[in-house]
Design a protein around this ligand. Structure first.
Ligand SMILES: Nc1ncnc2c1ncn2[C@@H]1O[C@H](COP(=O)(O)OP(=O)(O)O)[C@@H](O)[C@H]1O
Ligand SMILES: [Mg+2]
Length: 366
């Protein structure tokens, strides 16, 4: 595409990661090279005003967006995020147009945007739903398609794909509420303790717990059932936690692994977004063989789910066992200081250049 490119940054939405998305989207808009891009922020919450699952507060906000009323983003009281981060969130919410505006053709038949940069995380964004809508409209978008997004979002399904490709994953059991084998699955899950219990389709460690014994596994399953009817229970793998970004189209590049050293029991919601609670070593100090193994398994995980454009694989480097894959994120955090942008910088790719590359990939300009 020659000339200026109109990018719609899709952000906000209705997932439990709404705030993170607002911050990511705003930074993406700030850093897309100005000489090439015109950028508009679109809050996808507007598309969901009639969705039965919205709570009253979100519905109110959605209706406000549709009426182009200036939004005031109150952070959920259970979220403790650094002040600078909160400012980004509020500014983004105030600047965003309803995403319905991005979908309608102008009177001359022209689309309002050339390409969508999806900065959504979690449900209704990272899970293939918005991707499906954009497919229907014929609007190119950054990142993975419908299938890869849906697979990566569902940890139980992603585990099946990894297993089929021989990618090492933790021993695990999927427990489904009300299924015929629920009791038998629970029994096998209890035997995995010490374990990690997580809802199949959530992110940011929401609804997740560490279970040291069988009783705690049961309690963890009940907790996770509050978020999804399918729960994944995994053996707790000990080792160093790494995350590895992958970018590119047909020609894929694995970025330098980043080591995550939580100062809490595990990399929970708060630790993920507060730099004081978690140390990130970028690039991780690894032997060449360890680095190669981590990058190789991340490329394989990216391909196993048929990801496109970018992904970030979370894994544990277990002594004597090598990298064990926990999950693939198809729309990883994209603030300047998020893990994938940081790793890109370590590989000599500044944030603006990374964003430019991702948009070019979406437009088929590799
Ligand atoms: N099987 C496991 N063994 C050890 N730690 C785990 C395991 N699964 C998850 N964790 C810890 O929990 C964090 C979040 O889990 P993850 O599977 O990446 O889900 P999400 O990031 O979507 O919440 C990981 O970063 C890791 O610290
Ligand atoms: Mg993760």
């Amino acid at each position: 595409m020659s000339g200026r490119v109109r990018v719609g940054v899709f952000l906000g939405g209705a997932s439990s990661e709404r705030e993170i998305s607002l911050a990511s989207g705003r930074m993406i808009a700030e850093h897309l090279p100005r000489e090439r891009y015109d950028v508009v922020l679109f809050d996808t919450l507007a598309l969901m005003a009639g969705h039965p699952k919205l709570d009253a507060a979100l519905r109110e906000k959605a209706l406000g967006l549709l009426a182009h009323r200036a939004a005031h983003e109150e952070l959920a009281h259970n979220r403790e995020l650094p002040e600078a981060f909160q400012r980004q969130v509020r500014d983004a919410a105030a600047a965003a147009a309803p995403a319905t505006d991005a979908l309608q053709l102008a009177a001359d038949g022209r689309r309002p945007i050339d390409v969508a940069f999806i900065a959504l995380h979690g449900a209704y964004g990272e899970d293939g739903t918005i991707q499906g809508l954009l497919e229907l409209l014929g609007i190119p978008y950054v990142g993975s398609g419908v299938l890869a997004s849906a697979l990566a979002m569902d940890k139980a399904m992603a585990r099946k794909m990894f297993a089929a490709e021989g990618i090492p994953i933790p021993r695990g059991v999927v427990v489904e509420r009300g299924a015929l084998d629920e009791a038998a699955a629970r029994e096998r899950a209890r035997a995995l303790a010490p374990a990690v219990v997580k809802p199949s389709r959530q992110g940011s460690s929401v609804g997740m717990s560490l279970a040291d014994d069988a009783a705690a596994v049961d309690a963890g399953i009940d907790l996770a059932f509050g978020f999804d009817e399918r729960v994944v229970v995994e053996e707790r793998v000990r080792g160093r936690e790494l995350t590895v970004g992958v970018v590119g189209g047909r020609r894929l590049q694995a970025l330098p692994p980043v080591e995550i050293v939580p100062k809490r029991a595990f990399f929970d919601f708060k630790a993920k977004y507060d730099p004081a609670l978690c140390e990130e070593i970028c690039p991780a100090e690894l032997t060449d063989a360890e680095r190669d193994a981590a990058q190789d398994v991340s490329l394989r995980a990216h391909r196993a789910l048929d990801c496109r454009g970018l992904s970030r694989t979370d894994l544990i480097l277990a002594p004597g066992r090598g990298p064990v894959v926990l999950e693939v994120n198809t729309l990883p955090g994209m603030t300047v200081n998020s893990l994938l942008p940081k790793a890109a910088r370590a590989a000599g790719i500044p944030f603006g250049e990374l964003l430019d590359r991702l948009v070019r990939l979406a437009l088929g300009e590799e």
